[in-house]
Design a binder for this molecule. Structure first.
Ligand code: FMN
Ligand code: 173
Length: 341
C-alpha cells in the first residue's frame, strides 16, 4: 500500500531526508507513530451494522472518507507532476488536498484538477503580501484557509543541516509566493504571530479558518473564542518542536476543551486504517496524512497517491466492520484501551 522503501530508493538521499526527517533527535517524529502503537481497539460485536458509510462533512465540503491530505512542501521534488498529481488523486478519491504555501505549482493550476482544495498559510509579517496570497487562494476556489501556528521559527532539522539542504534546486520554486510584481518571495516564519494575527485574518476573508498545530487545551479554548472554524491537533509531523507531545496523546484534552463547538482534526503518525479508527474514536472528526502521500507520489505519481488513499479507505472500512460500527460518528472512546505494563 505505502512503498516507503521504494520511495527511499528513488529519491536523492538529501531529498529523502528532507521528507522523512524531523527536528532535533526526532523524538516527536517517533512518538507520533508510537502513540498509535500503544492503543488497542476494544471492538463491539453482533451489531448487525451492514454496509459502512464513510462519508464525512467538513466546513461545507462533502468528503467520501474522513482522511485528508496534509499540506507538505515541494511535491515536484518527489515527482515531476508535483501537486497537480496529488490533487488528481484527491479528486479521484473524493477528499481534500490541503495545498502547502510551499507548493511548487500555482494553486490556480492545481485547482484545474477539480479537487476540493484548502490552502495552508504561514501568515507573513508583510500583511499586504499575505493578503495577495489569500486572494490567490480564494480566486482558485480554495474552500478554507489552514493557518499553521506551530512555526514562529523554523524547526532545527539536523538532517537538512548535515546535507546542506536549504533550498529548492533551480527550476523549482514556491509558485504561490509571487508578489504583485511577479517576484517570488521567500517564506518567512513570523516570530510575532499571535491571536491578533488570527483576528486580522478573520477580518480579511470569508473563508473558514482552520488552525493547524494546536496541542494545548487552553489554546483550543482561545481558538473557539476567536471565531476559528476548525482545529488540527498536530506537531507538524515532528518537524518543529522536538519533545512535543504526540498528536494522538494531545487529542483527548483538546477534544474535551472544544466540547463539540468545532471539528477537531488530527495529523501525525497516521499510517493505517486502524490508526484512523483510533483517532476518530478519541474524538477527531477526520485525520490528515503527510508522509505516506509523499511516498505514493514518489513511487507512482497520481496513481501512487490514489493507491495510498484507497488503501486507507479499505482498511478503515474493514476496521469499522470488525469493531462493530457502520459510520465514523458511531465510534467512541470506549473502543480504545491503553493496556498497562
Ligand atoms: C516534507 C514535509 C513538508 C511539510 N510541509 C508543510 C508545510 O509546508 N506546511 C505545513 O503546515 N505543514 C507541513 N508539513 C507538516 C504536515 O502538514 C503534517 O503536519 C505532518 O506531515 C503529519 O505527519 P505525518 O507525516 O506523520 O502524516 C510538512 C511535513 C512534511 C513531512
Ligand atoms: O518542511 C516543512 O515542514 C515546512 O513546513 C516547510 C515550510 C516552508 C518551506 C519548506 C518546508
Amino acid at each position: 500500500m505505502v512503498d516507503e522503501a521504494g520511495a527511499r530508493r528513488r529519491l536523492d538521499p538529501a531529498h529523502w531526508d528532507f521528507f522523512a526527517g524531523g527536528a532535533g533527535d526526532e523524538r516527536t517524529l517517533g512518538a507520533n507513530v508510537e502513540a498509535f502503537g500503544r492503543r488497542r481497539i476494544v471492538p463491539r460485536v453482533l451489531r448487525g451494522t451492514g454496509e459502512r458509510d464513510l462519508r464525512t462533512g467538513l466546513l461545507g465540503c462533502e468528503l467520501t472518507m474522513p482522511v485528508l491530505i496534509a499540506p507538505t512542501a515541494f511535491h515536484r521534488l518527489a515527482h515531476p507532476d508535483g501537486e497537480v498529481a496529488t490533487a488528481r488523486a484527491a479528486a479521484a478519491a473524493g477528499t481534500v488536498l490541503v495545498v502547502s504555501m510551499a507548493a511548487t505549482q500555482p494553486v490556480g493550476e492545481i485547482a484545474t484538477t477539480g479537487a476540493l482544495l484548502w490552502f495552508q498559510l504561514y501568515p507573513q509579517p508583510d500583511r499586504e503580501f499575505t493578503t495577495t496570497v489569500v486572494r490567490r487562494a480564494e480566486a482558485a476556489g480554495c474552500r478554507a484557509l489552514v493557518v499553521t501556528v506551530d512555526s514562529p521559527v523554523f524547526g532545527r532539522r539536523e538532517r537538512d543541516l548535515r546535507n546542506g539542504f536549504l533550498d529548492l534546486p533551480s527550476g523549482l520554486a514556491c509558485e504561490n509566493m509571487r508578489d504583485a510584481d511577479g517576484r517570488i518571495r521567500d517564506i518567512v516564519m513570523d516570530e510575532g504571530l499571535s491571536w491578533d494575527s488570527i483576528a486580522w485574518l478573520r477580518s480579511r476573508t470569508h473563508l473558514p479558518i482552520v488552525l493547524k498545530g494546536v496541542l494545548h487545551p487552553a489554546d483550543a479554548r482561545l481558538a473557539v473564542e476567536h471565531g476559528v472554524d476548525a482545529l488540527i491537533v498536530s506537531n507538524h509531523g515532528g518537524r518543529q518542536l522536538d519533545g512535543a507531545i504526540a498528536s494522538l496523546d494531545a487529542l483527548p484534552a483538546v477534544v474535551e476543551a472544544v466540547g463539540g463547538r468545532l471539528p477537531v482534526l488530527l495529523d501525525g503518525g497516521v499510517r493505517r486504517g486502524t490508526d484512523v479508527l483510533v483517532a476518530l474514536a478519541l474524538g477527531a472528526t477526520a485525520v490528515l496524512v503527510g508522509r505516506p502521500v509523499i511516498w505514493g507520489l514518489t513511487t507512482g505519481g497520481a496513481d501512487g497517491v490514489r493507491s495510498v488513499l484507497e488503501g486507507l479507505r479499505t482498511e478503515l472500512d474493514r476496521a469499522l466492520a470488525l469493531a462493530g460500527a457502520a459510520r465514523p460518528t458511531e465510534l467512541g472512546a470506549d473502543l480504545v484501551a491503553v493496556p498497562r505494563g
